[in-house]
Design a protein around this ligand. Structure first.
Ligand SMILES: [Zn+2]
Length: 428
């Protein structure tokens, strides 16, 4: 959780020497790595993943810093650099990287031949992936942004970081882009941290509403990277069943939490407290990466996500992840932007995530909460199924929150729920 606020001196009797407040090192700032390069990756009109996602989030964050809601001293603004082809090739096939570069070069040549201020051509490259003349620069900077954040943490300039980027990355496979993603930004960052800084055990937490099939694929047999994903299931891209747990030496280091449509904080909160914590306790990460997609927000377009998290809920989950980083790896945490397509929800969640990374539980939200449910999910059944599958007994977990969980209804409204031994993790 957030660090304590500086101790306030207790009132001392006049005859006693007042003891000075204990010296506390100032909290290092959060590296915010972002760039207008990301606006140059253009997609067709009406496509959900467009430049306005980033421009709106950036505008809100800038306004909050200017007005002092986010203290200037708590944020270290940094420009990204492009990830090199060598850095990308630790998770992507060189031929794929070259094919993206060549396709963008061809578009740039075509754009040079067009007249005036025409925005230039846009070309479909893969399923749900378009390229424009600025796409290689944007995508390589998106992969490089988290690397800049990692450098800032390693040098002692920042406590943690937020790569506010587009295009997103967690669907990108070694040799294929898909689902709005070109390069797998989180995967590139995990390998860079291992190779550059020796942060060998990397925990990737992914709360985007979609399963990060690309990230899972890249580390499926690798015990040095634990991938933990909560996602709507079944849903795009179709992967992410609880039974996908890794293979070979990596068996057990993929933890999928497939959730039914409509799940909200009353399910996510106990899963983070009672499943993610023991996963982290067993793994003891040297670094935590957060694939921060906000498309599980209740205001998301139902074509993209059907979950019921609110902006304050995302704050809670992000603070939980930050607390895990505090406990196991000196707070080393880099959040990397994934999805989120409702522009207001995305920008307010992005600002709230930045606030959380600075150590505050402050919320930037005008959207409120979803309508209360008329039943309660059997989250205990989901948790027990995951305990059995992953043998998580005996590791540190956080206590469930006492009392009724906000958003759930009184017992008389509770629908029949499956017994734990009948549940399969994805059953409400
Ligand atoms: Zn998503």
């Amino acid at each position: 959780m957030a660090e304590e606020t500086p101790a306030t001196a207790h009132a001392s009797p006049a005859h006693q020497q007042p003891s000075p407040p204990p010296a506390r090192p100032a909290r290092l700032p959060t590296a915010l790595v972002t760039s207008e390069h990301f606006l140059d990756h253009r997609t067709p009109q009406g496509f959900p993943e467009g430049p306005e996602r980033l421009s709106q989030a950036l505008a809100l964050i800038e306004a909050l810093i200017t007005e002092g809601t986010i203290p200037l001293s708590s944020v270290l603004r940094l420009a990204p650099r492009p990830a090199t082809e060598e850095e990308l090739s630790v998770v992507h096939e060189p031929g794929y990287i070259a094919s993206v570069r060549r396709a963008v070069e061809a578009l740039s040549i075509a754009a040079a031949g067009s007249k005036g201020d025409a925005p230039g051509p846009i070309r479909r490259f893969a399923t749900d992936v378009y390229l424009s003349p600025g796409s290689y620069t944007a995508a390589s900077h998106a992969a490089g942004a988290a690397l800049v954040a990692l450098d800032a943490i390693a040098s002692g300039a920042a406590r943690n970081g937020y790569a506010l980027v587009r295009p997103p990355g967690h669907h990108a496979l070694p040799a294929h882009g898909m689902g709005f993603c070109i390069f797998n930004n989180a995967a590139v960052a995990a390998r860079y941290a291992q190779q550059r800084y020796g942060w060998e055990r990397v925990l990737i937490v992914d709360y985007d509403v979609h399963h990060g099939n690309g990230t899972q694929d890249m580390f499926y047999s690798d015990p040095s990277v634990t991938y933990f994903s909560t996602h709507q299931y079944p849903w795009y891209p179709g992967t992410g069943s609880a039974e996908e747990i890794g293979a070979g030496a990596g068996r057990g280091t993929t933890i999928n939490v497939p959730l039914p449509a409509g799940a909200g904080w009353s399910v996510f909160d106990p899963i983070f407290r009672q499943v993610l914590w023991p996963v982290a306790d067993r793994f003891k990460p040297d670094l935590v990466l957060l694939s921060a997609g906000f498309d599980a927000h209740f205001r998301e377009d139902p074509g993209l996500g059907e979950m019921r998290l609110s902006t304050p809920d995302f704050s809670d989950l992000s603070l939980e992840v930050a607390e895990i980083a505090d406990r196991y790896c000196d707070g080393r945490l880099v959040a990397i932007q994934e999805g989120g397509y409702h522009l207001t929800a995305l920008s307010q969640c992005a600002a709230t995530l930045l606030v959380a990374l600075t150590g505050s539980d402050g919320i930037i939200d005008t959207l409120g909460q979803p309508e209360p449910l008329r039943f309660r999910w059997n989250d205990e059944a989901i948790i027990q199924a995951l305990y059995q599958l992953h043998d998580l007994s005996g590791y540190r977990r956080k206590a469930r929150r006492p009392g009724p969980i906000p958003g759930s209804q009184p017992p008389q409204a509770t629908a029949a729920a499956p017994e734990p031994d009948q549940a399969e993790g994805k059953t409400p």
